[in-house]
Every structure is written in C-alpha cells, then in structure tokens.
Design a protein. Structure first.
Ligand SMILES: [Zn+2]
Length: 121
C-alpha cells in the first residue's frame, strides 16, 4: 500500500518592524529556500509549502526559557497565549507554555510540577 508522509520543519529568526517593512530578509529567505529545496531533494523529499508568521514578542510575552532556552509564552503574563487563533495551532510545538517561578521565565517542561503552567499540572 502506497502512502505519503508529510513532514513539518519548524525554524525561527528574530526580526523587527523596520526589517519587515523593508523586506530585507526576503532575499536571504529566498536563498535559504533554494538551498533547502536542493537538500530535501537529495533525500527524496519535496518542499511544498512554508509559511512565515510574525509574533510580537513583547505583546505576547514571549521569552526564552531561562533554564533550557526554549521559546515560550509566559502564561502568567499572557493567559490567553495566541487567543485560540487557528493560524497558530502548530506553534505550540515551537513556542511552549511557561510561567514565572522564583522570578525566572521557565517553560512548561522546566517549571516545577506544582506550578500552574508546569507540564503535567
Ligand atoms: Zn525550559
């Protein structure tokens, strides 16, 4: 039985409003896509689709976990995270939940079990 396997790859880069408005990253990203397409092809993969979404770091309370460096939303500061916007469903793999513990921003996996946003709480 033939099957097709669809694989997602996630990456991120930091930018600012000036760079977004001037499209200065577009050329660099086009070159990256071209190189990725060649690498994917080498392994028999077809790069079909990619999307770039821009998230306002301060507005959404996005930080790097101070223990493991994973991107996270501090849910103590932003309880609604991405406001259940369907466009952001996949981002839970990239931007974890997290919160504040002992004055530090920690992701859901580094927070203690008892913390409201701890992984298994
Ligand atoms: Zn962490």
């Amino acid at each position: 039985m033939k099957q097709i396997a669809i694989r997602k790859h996630f990456s991120y880069f930091k930018t600012n409003s000036e760079e977004i408005q001037s499209n200065s990253f577009d050329e660099k990203l086009d070159q990256l896509d071209e190189e990725l397409r060649a690498v994917f092809k080498k392994y028999g993969l077809e790069m079909v689709e990619r999307q770039t979404q821009f998230l306002p770091i301060q507005k959404l309370s996005i930080f790097h976990c101070e223990q493991c460096n994973q991107l996270m939303v501090n849910r103590d500061m932003n309880p609604t995270k991405f406001d259940s916007n369907g466009l952001y469903d996949d981002l839970s793999y990239v931007v974890l939940d997290g919160g504040t513990h002992d004055g530090k921003n920690l992701c859901e996996e580094c927070l203690p079990f008892a913390h409201r946003w701890g992984h298994y709480s």
